[in-house]
Design a protein around this ligand. Sequence first.
Ligand SMILES: [Zn+2]
Length: 254
Amino acid sequence: MLYRTEGIVIRSIDHGEGNKIVTILSPSIGKQGIVIRGARKPKSRYASLAQLFTLGDFSFYKGGGLGSLNSGEIIDSYRGLREGLDQAAYASYLVELCDRAIQDEDAGAFLYHQLHAGLTAISEGKDPRIVARLFEMKIAAIAGYAPMLDACANCGREDGTFYFSAAGGGALCALCRHRDPRAMELEDGVWKLLRVFSAMDMRRLGNIAVKESTAKQLETVMRRWFDHHMALNLKSRHFLDQWERGEDFFKPVP
Ligand SMILES: [Zn+2]
């Protein structure tokens, strides 16, 4: 049967002699693996279509699980994502989250539009750390692990001081804080952004400028949340860990 859909390449691996298998994320059929014959040959018209992050129009035959490309066109190659090392690193993280953190049945139009907006935001030069944190919040919600942020996750109390606890399910009030020795005190600005992120659609992200300390706390919070609830061990994340902790790749060691 012949299918046709737009989709974003979220994974691309070599396959056999000169071929590639890509996984696309599409609004209509979710995640789909497609064999692109000859895509690794330099003269192939589909070499760029098979690249990570490419947004394309894919037409493919499918009998069993894997599809086989019939024809395809690039809609947007997101060249901006390939220009800077940090942009490419964050974009890789977003697509790897879609590939690994989301079950096939949860990969629908909403996830597709979040990814599309996230890649666009990074390529437009928005702070990729903010894009990544907001995207992580969307991924956590789609996967069914959204943190509770507006009230104590243990007793439901809605006012007072809160502490963030990955093991405790999000916010813990002062009385319940003892349930998690690792519960963190957060800047007010971090609480505010976490709540904004949990309610906001990626497509509405403007330019958000944050203090360095706020960016760091947000990173720690989301990192702990993912480590506790989803434990993914992503390749792209190892690179970002070094990047976000400011380990300098390019400065000489004193
Ligand atoms: Zn409580």
